[in-house]
Each structure stands twice: as structure tokens, then as C-alpha cells.
Write a protein that binds this ligand. Sequence first.
Ligand code: AGP
Length: 622
Amino acid sequence: MCGIVGCTGSEPVRDILISGLKRLEYRGYDSAGIAVQQPGSEKLTVVHRVGKVAGLESEVANQEILGTCGIGHTRWATHGRPSTANAHPHTSCAGDIAVVHNGIIENFAELREELIGRGHTFTSETDTEVLAHLIEEAYEGAPDGTGAAEATHDLLRAVRRAVRRVVGAYGIAVVCAQEPGVIVTTRKDSPIVVGRGETASYVASDIIALIDATRDVVVLEDGESAKLTPEGITYYNEAGAEIEPHVTHVDWDLDIAEKGGYPDFMLKEIHEQPRVVRDTLAGRMVGGELAIDELGLTYEELNLVDRVYVIACGTSYHAGLIAKNLIERWARIPTEVEAASEFRYRDPIITTSTLVVAVSQSGETADTLAAIRDARIKGAKVFGITNVIGSPVARESDGVIYTKANKEIAVASTKSFIGQVVSLTLLALSLAQAKGRLTTGQVRMLFSELGDTAEQIQWILDTQGPAIDEAAEAMKDAPSALFVGRGIASAICYEGALKLKEISYLHAEAYAAGEMKHGPIALIDPGFPVITVATQSPVYDKTVSNLKECEARGAKIIAVATEGDEDIKKIADHVIYVPRVRDCFTPITATVPLQLLARSVALLRGCDVDQPRNLAKSVTVE
Ligand code: AGP
């Protein structure tokens, strides 16, 4: 998630912008920059660079930047690698309009081509830069003279006209050298807050960046815009009519503000999962066809693949288990999932028609990197699925899909897992289409249902909290727990068990439900917690039979089940519902209750859910 700050007042803003960007540092970023109007001139001073805010601060400290109106940005790369050229703010051709942006522009490629066709010169690889040139055209016409007749020469109107061309999510702040003291901001699906200080007006992507100046903020609604001047702020609705703002008083302390009002990063990130689904799918279906060009492989090359290895660690390994199910189900290609730490030492059978998929949130896990290198030496094509642009996994793979989950701060992977599963589903669909196993129509239908999981996750977040907390209360003092499921649900159980043990320190194991009678059922005594994913599937009845064996021995059964399933209540002590989805998409919906259950148990056991003992966010050593 990128960070936006802006201020216009009577005092120089350089240091105000830098301190605002520092407030946003916790969100993670790889570059930063500011754009400040130069007093008495129709020019902007723009300084942006890869690296930390501290580096930007040192660079601007040596410059005479006295302007009293400016914007700043911290970037978490989603389009275009981390670099000074890709750092925001981005400017128009003439350099007199500067934009900072948070979000993803799905149609940026076609807009970029169109703008270049009218004479615009681009200096970055980012989606954001198209905004600077669209606003430039609306403000003063295009370099080739088109549009000059109806140019607005009004920044607010130019911004409102420009964003009408954009498909995707944006929160933006814009300054123009010809409009001293003015900042224009607007949003769609990406947060923007504004507020008045004593002598200045402020804009930010996050309340925490305003909190030093004011605790009375206005959170813009989608489609709304605002014009900030040193004297005040004017608000407009989507139609452009002036409106009265709804002011919110924020009494959060800094720690809560950093977490967006959530008590911990883990809960904040669980609640970001609907956004992760949408962002990871943004721009992935173009003209009715799957668009994952980063794969770096043609359909003809994909068609030659006769074996897939998915290599990963921890939660990413569990995403691999789901990928196996989908790739073999749709593409009928034999797929093996291996812990990278094992794969790298067992001299696997690899040929030039082997596809190795490396999954890693951080993109820097030592075992996964070593396995990639080993596979490439043996001649395999390697593809990375990672959350960090420019990470070692991304750099050392032949192709890479980014999970667009933004920075994940809690050690326990949640939203990045959902991003991985969505990305791996896209890969499975691509392989199936390349193999001629799925028609374009089937792929479109599955893609559409995949997109629906965003709302389905939201339904779970909105409605199942009480049931989850009751289940957590019932199991919090148990010495151990079993997670059981069949088919794709067993992979969800492995992830659920890992979540529980890594943040609550309550021992948990996951088993294919059919394995219970081959040993694990010996563990069951009265009150022993058995957590199951028993959603509607071809193996639902078999799962229920296994649960009855547990119930007969006094187990306390906690079931994740399909909304409307009343039968499950006959054997489960606690039922957590998820919306009905096609079996293949259950991992995206049914994992969410298990994330929340683990967190709830951990809190009841007094554990730190963001920083569990003994664990690190990325394991860069063997
Ligand atoms: C999962 O919650 C843990 N944080 C851990 O298992 C993690 O998934 C594993 O270390 C792999 O990390 P990576 O995805 O960054 O490679």
C-alpha cells in the first residue's frame, strides 16, 4: 500500500511532508518523493528516489525548497520495479503537474499507448504516470495540439475529467505550478483523508499522517473530490456539486492509527483480503482472455509442460497444495508440491519440459531461492509467485506473478496467502487453457467466480466473528487440536493448523480426514478439539462419517461449513459458515475463518499475534 501526504498553508511544507512520510514508514515501501510548488514561479521542485525516507530527507535538506504547497509519496511497487525513475511523484511532459497515487490502474497499458500516440513522453514503467499525462491533457491539451480547444485550465476540473478514463483503484493528490497553493485530491477504492490544521490544509492516504496536525478528518467517499487551499477545503460529489463534509474526530493513539484502527496488523491484513483478491485479479482478463504476460511463456511453451513442481515453505507451501489440486483437476498435468528445504537436496527429476513454480511472500526465503537455482541448473523453467517486486525470487525466475497484497507486516501470512492462491489459480487456468482442457468460456466463468470470492470473504468478516470467538473460547485451553478435511479441504486444514500453532503456541496437526482411523483417532478423548472444513463438496458425506467417529469418542467438533447446511449441526459443537462456492474456490473462503480462529485463540492465550515468539517474517537463512 503506497502512502500519500500533502499540505498547503502559509509555512514551507518540505519538512511537514517528510515527517508525514515518516509516519507512513510502517507500511513498508521501496522509494519516496515530494513535489513542491516554487514560490513566485510557475515551476515545481520534484525530488524522488529509491530507498528510505531518510535518504530523501538528506537529499532535500541540501536544497532550497521554500514552497508552501506540496505533496509526498512512499511507494510499495506493484507496477514497475523499485527505482528512482518509478518513484512518485510523477509529472506531466512539461513538469508543471505532479501526481502521487495509491492503487492500481487496470487499463494503464492502453491509456499509455494512446497518450504516447498523442505525443506524450513517459519517463517511468508505472501505471501512475498515465494520470499525470491525462490530467495534463485535460488541463492544457495534448502535445500534438489535440484537446487544446476544450482545455480546462482548471486543476479540479482537469483531475475530475482525467479519472473518468481510469479503470481500477486510485487515491491521488495533484499539484500544478499554474495554481499556487492548490492541491486537488480524489479517490476510488483507495483511501484518502483530508483535514484542516490551524493554518494549513492537509491530505493523506492514512489518518496517521494527519494526526499531528488535526484529529478532525474527512474520509472521502468513492467518487468525491476535494480542493485544498491555505484558506480551507472545498468538497465535491461525483457529479461535481459542492457538498458539506462529514467530519470524523479520531481519538486513536499512534499505535492504533498505524493499524488503521485495528488492534493488530494481523486483523488489519485479514480484513484487507477482499482488496487483495480484487487487486491481484485487476487487469487479468483483457478482451475476454486471461492476461498474465509476466509468465514469460507462450501457450505453445506451456503446452509442452509435462510435470510441475511447486516449491515453497510454510504457508506458501500450503498454497502449493491448493495449486496441485487445481492444476491436476483442470490441466491434468502431474504436479508435485515440495518443501523447498527438501527439494534442494534430493536431486529431483527435472527435464526441459518441467515447470517449477516457486512461491514466496517475501521473495527472499533461503531454501526457496536455493531450490530455484538448483532447478534452473537442471534446465527447468522457473516461475516465481511473490509479493515483493524486484525480490530475489522475482529476479531469479524466468517469469513472475506478483500477488499485489502490499506489505504484509504481521509475521503470520494471511493476505499474502490469499494472493498466492488467487495467483496460482490464474496459473492453473492458463495451463488448462494451453492444454486445451478448458475452453475460453469455461475460463471466463471460473475467472468471474474467482472474482466473486472478494465479496464472499467480506460476508464472512461481517457475519462470522461471534461464532469464531465462541469456538475459540471452547478450545483455548486444549493441549492440542486436530484439523481434518478431505480433498482440497485438507490443504486448508494444513494452513489452519499452522496458523493456530504459530501464533497461539497450541499444538495442532492436520490430517486428511480419511487418515483418522489409521492412528490419529487414538488422540481423541472427551473434549478434544477437532476442527474440520466440511463445506459442500463431492467428499462431504465421507468427511461427515469421519467426524462421527470423532464425535463418538467425545471430540469437540468445530466445523467450517457451507451457509445453509443445517445437518452439520447434528455433529458439530460449533459451526462457522462460509458462502456456497465451487469446491475449487473453497480455499479462498474457508481459510479466512481459520485465520480468525487462530487469532482469537492466540489473544485468549495472551499471545502477541503480530510478533509470535521464535519466528521472523522472512527466513533468509537455512
Ligand atoms: C506463515 O504464516 C509463516 N509466516 C511462514 O510459514 C512463511 O509462510 C514461510 O516462512 C515462507 O515465507 P515466504 O512465503 O516469504 O517464502
